[in-house]
Design a protein around this ligand. Structure first.
Ligand SMILES: Nc1nc2c(c(=O)[nH]1)N[C@H]1C(S)=C(S)[C@@H](COP(=O)(O)O)O[C@H]1N2
Ligand SMILES: [Mo]
Length: 301
């Protein structure tokens, strides 16, 4: 196990430019091997990429609606009913409404994206997501020209979410992106991993994935998407603005007040594996640095 992780994961190796921009792939019921075989073969580094096991991805989770322990979501998230699922899309859009998820999915182009995933707690994984570009959904509903931000909200069902009985954070969980971040082709709405529907603990039936930002931006079980012209409140920023900013771009040079962000512990690497350096924008600088040109990344953390 440990060796697997030593050689193959440099930041260039995981979904570099070209691995996603040139490819739109319909998904069948592919398993782990199929997912790897389906990777573009043009880049040697890309072929060497090794995602975390489904076990890692589905047993080590952050999802406070089901408890604060890493193993709580795997134990309790089955309590959430994910079918049928409706998403309210409102605010500054041409076609506001309550959309049925199955209806949305029938109009989206499903793809596989193997992304690095970096939690603000300094652990990381590599995850083979299945999903569609958020930009495609926003285009479908029509974004009005005055909109500049997108707000997201997680479903809140205390009877199905035992963790929400405790005031650890404010419920429902909310997140937000600037509109240009939301429209970026890397920004994914994930409905699956390893070619299978998302396990509940991973955010079923639909969650956001923003691979260049800390994991808490990737909000789970989304029930509402609102287009707005003001920066939306976000759960961890509300909980502690000194520690968690709105942007939360992965940045090895901006430490968390209580720990360094320079390195990360890769889940599944084994007890004796060293911590790996964290790349700027989690390895996606080439694709996203332009979004923040001229911005002070230390002040806007
Ligand atoms: N609704 C909701 N979304 C959430 C969270 C949460 O507690 N509730 N935790 C966030 C955090 S801190 C991380 S690191 C990722 C974890 O995703 P994973 O469990 O699929 O790895 O989900 C994010 N999305
Ligand atoms: Mo996180």
């Amino acid at each position: 196990m440990a060796n697997r992780w030593k050689n193959d994961l440099t930041h260039e190796s995981v979904t570099p430019a070209g691995a996603f921009f040139n490819r739109r792939q319909l998904l069948g019921g592919i398993g782990a091997t199929g997912a790897l075989a389906a990777l573009p073969t043009g880049s040697g580094a890309q072929a060497a990429l090794t995602p975390n096991s489904l076990e890692d991805i589905s047993t080590y989770n952050n999802y406070y609606e089901f408890g604060t322990g890493k193993d709580d979501p795997a134990k309790y998230a089955h309590m959430l009913t994910t079918k049928p699922w409706r998403i309210t899309i409102d605010g500054m859009v041409d076609k506001p409404g309550e959309y049925d998820l199955a209806d949305i999915l029938s109009q989206m182009t499903m793809e596989e994206r193997i992304y690095r995933f970096r939690c603000v707690e300094a652990w990381s994984m590599v995850i083979p997501w299945n999903g569609f570009e958020l930009a495609d959904l926003l285009t479908l509903v029509g974004v009005k020209p005055e909109a500049t931000y997108v707000a997201f909200e997680t479903v809140l069902r205390p009877e199905e979410m035992p963790g929400t009985r405790f005031p650890v954070i404010e419920w429902p969980y909310v997140e937000g992106l600037r509109l240009d971040e939301a429209m970026h082709p890397l920004t994914l709405m994930a409905t699956g991993v390893y070619g299978m529907p998302l396990p509940n603990q991973c955010g079923a039936p639909i969650r956001l994935v923003v691979p260049w930002k800390y994991g808490f931006k990737s909000i789970k079980a989304i029930t509402r998407i609102t287009l707005t012209d003001t920066q939306p409140p976000t759960t961890w920023n509300k909980a502690n603005a000194g520690e968690y900013g709105f942007y939360s771009n992965v940045n090895p040079e901006v430490d968390h007040p209580r720990w360094s962000q320079a390195k990360e512990r890769r889940i599944g690497a084994g007890l004796f594996a060293g911590r790996e350096p964290t790349p700027m924008f989690n390895g996606y600088a080439e694709e996203v640095a332009g979004l923040y040109e001229g911005m002070d990344l230390k002040a806007n953390f």
